[in-house]
Structures are given as structure tokens and as C-alpha cells.
Design a protein around this ligand. Sequence first.
Ligand code: ATP
Length: 246
Amino acid sequence: MALEINNLVGGYSQIPVLKKISFQVRPGELVGLIGLNGAGKSTTINHIIGLLEPQQGSIKINNVTLKQDPRKYKKSLAYIPEMPLLYPELTLKEHLDLTIKAYDLNPTVAWKLARQLLKVFRLDNKLTWFPAKFSKGMRQKVMIVCAFITQADYYIIDEPFLGLDPLATRDLLELISKEKKRGAGILMSTHVLSTAQTKCDYFVLLQAGQIKAQGDLAELEKQSQISSHQLEDIYFALTKEDRQYE
Ligand SMILES: Nc1ncnc2c1ncn2[C@@H]1O[C@H](COP(=O)(O)OP(=O)(O)OP(=O)(O)O)[C@@H](O)[C@H]1O
């Protein structure tokens, strides 16, 4: 049981952005997807959520590809994009109702969880609001609440920390930790290496569409051949030579 990316070649045209990347996200694990601008993080995520089709290789969730069983694959996955995308004509309550329908959730159970999450993210008195009234951070929180009520097997979270205030960041990290304990696997792309270092169990370092290194912090430190426990130092050491030629 895992989210498995096997020898994935992909991108937006015939010239691939991703060149044979392979890694796994296992249940109960938070994996950090790390890389400079343009390294291929969003492209990887777009493949996993099914916006792009693999040119070669495969992506499986619990042994099923999107093509084999689209319903099962999509229900196993919840996605929080970097830029919040909401329906302008739907209220916050209607966004939650839509998620409950789309994921075929038990409305009583889902609403109980939704109420708790809305309170945590201070949205509980805004159920009748339309997205136009929300700030960017509030919109992001709506997406977080919608994603986490699904109780999916795997979460894909794209750069979550940029628009969130410190309180919301702390609340999200607590939520991630709870979901890990429930057994969910989480893939999170981020540039915030200090947070990634303390929270992620495993790291995938992308460089120009290839995996430069992967492992836990100790394994990465070994591969980097430097004596630093800081993810930032290890990351720069591992990607130094390649950056000179970009
Ligand atoms: N819609 C697109 N069409 C064509 N090429 C694209 C498209 N989106 C991204 N690319 C290219 O794919 C490569 C990887 O981009 P991607 O968005 O995956 O990087 P990223 O690691 O997510 O970067 P960032 O940290 O800036 O978000 C880049 O060379 C980029 O120019």
C-alpha cells in the first residue's frame, strides 16, 4: 500500500520535464518534495492528480492507476493547490456540501469534522460567505478544510505555507500530524526548508526534472558528504555542481 511513482517521464509537450523519476509515499509518512523554481515539483503533482498523463512510467495509488479505476484513484486522494481555487458562485457551506457529494462522504460524519476544522481555522461564522469576501489566506483555509474532511488515504499539498499566517501554519502542521497518525500519506512541496527539516519523514530532492537524492535527513547527509544536520546545507551541497551548468 503506497502512492508509487515509477520511472515517470512527463510534462507538457513531447520534450519531457520529468525524466524517469521514482519515489513512494507510504501510509503514515510525510514526504517533502524539495527543489528550486522550475525543478518540476508542480509538474510531478499535476501528474499525480491526473491533470497530466505519463509519457512513460506509472503512478499507482494502492496498486491502482488512474486509468484502471478513476473513481477509486480519485477518492484516495485529496489535493490542496498552492493557489486556492474556489467557485465564485458557491458559499463556504456549499463548497463543503459539494466536497461531501464528490467524495461520497457520510454527511453527518463529514459535517461533524467540518465544524471542528472550521473552528480551528476561524471560519465557523463564515458559512454563508462567498469566496469574493475571503482574503487569500482564508481561501486557502477553505481548501484545507475541504481537503481534510475527505479523510483521504493520501494528501497532496502544494507549497502550503506562503499564504498562511503563523497561527494557521501551526494549525495545519498539527492537522498533518494527526492525519499521519490516522495512517494517511502526505506529499508536500515546499521551499520552507526549516519547516520541512523538522516535520518531514522523507525528502525527495528534485533538480531539473530528475531526482538528485532521496531519503531521510541522515541518508541525505551521508550522500551529501558534508557534516551538517541542516537540510538547507545538505540541499545546496547535493545540487551545487548541477546548478553551475543550468
Ligand atoms: N503549462 C506549462 N507548459 C509548458 N511548460 C511548463 C508549464 N508549466 C511549467 N512548465 C515548465 O516545466 C518545468 C518545471 O516547472 P514546475 O512548475 O513543475 O516547477 P516547480 O518546481 O513547481 O517550480 P516553482 O517552485 O517555481 O513552483 C519548468 O521548466 C517550466 O518552465
